[in-house]
Design a binder for this molecule. Sequence first.
Ligand code: WQD
Length: 340
Amino acid sequence: MKILVTGGSGFIGSHTVVELQAAGHQPVIVDNLYNSNREVLAGLKNIIGQDVLFYDLDCTDESAMRELFKKEKFGGVIHFAAYKAVGESVEQPLKYYQNNIDSLLILLKVMREFGVGNFVFSSSCTVYGQPDTLPVTEDTPRQPATSPYGNTKVMCEDVIRDYVYSKPNLKAISLRYFNPIGAHPSAEIGELPSGVPSNLVPYLTQAAAGLRDKLVVFGDDYDTPDGTCIRDFIHVVDLAKAHVKAIELLDMQTDANYYDVFNVGTGNGNTVLELINTFEEANDVKLNYTTGPRRPGDVEKIWAQSDKANNVLGWKAEKSLTDSLRDAWRWQLALRQRSE
Ligand code: WQD
């Protein structure tokens, strides 16, 4: 199936392109390179062995998207393209609401015009806020978002749900990611944060590589075994494979109007300190870190129950935290080699 992958040169998008190709599909990337660069395309070619079709387009450009759909006969769409920096979204809410929601609305409109009926949406566990009970299931009530970024995910899920309810001949799945980390084992693609990373693992690997000041652990007075936050850290390759399973399930779905939501996590929670210790052991590297104040807006603890994805998608995370941190470090070392 020819599949449009919006944001396909981004972190999760690029890894999904690899897995789509491996599963026999033909991914087509649309990306405006706001959060990525063309080097990713070279990395993809080194992994896949051929060029991936790439269009430098903005998903909010309706006429450009219409021209694309005229040219390429897509069997489905996986929509990653969105702004995703939590902190930036607080400073520039309108930029986030306009981009993240307009891109979805335009995609759904153009898909309908061209009869493309399979749609996978990149959502996030951020929609759960701080859950009252753990692990979170898909029925755990969503909480008011703690950032405009998180709110765009809640709103986009609702747009898709309400649109499918109007029976437009759309089959859609929202995948709620937990914390994607790691990199492709080939070290040809991985996370490319712009500026100072706000996320834990890219900051950690840059600090370990001597590119950043020591890592600051944001808070050690939480109600957890070692006082640091708990997250469900999932290898980006496992996450990518969930997207292949989701688009394939939609293609087989006989109900012309279908919507469902799946948690995509390992089902295990690890504290920040456990992650740091695992990183040091996996890579035989000593990390220089300190503890500082809590980061405002951080959820204390969250991890997934992914039974539904296991049972319905036929997907289960296979890689360990050690695998993720070994691949993350290998990628950081590869980046250093490229810059030398
Ligand atoms: C993880 C833990 C921090 C940096 C965010 C988004 C979520 C998704 C993933 C897009 C927290 C701690 C972090 C540091 C630290 N993004 N930390 N020192 O906040 O769980 O999730 O990114 O979809 O939607 O909300 O991820 O990696 O920023 O933080 O101690 O320098 O690491 O306090 O407990 P988070 P994160």
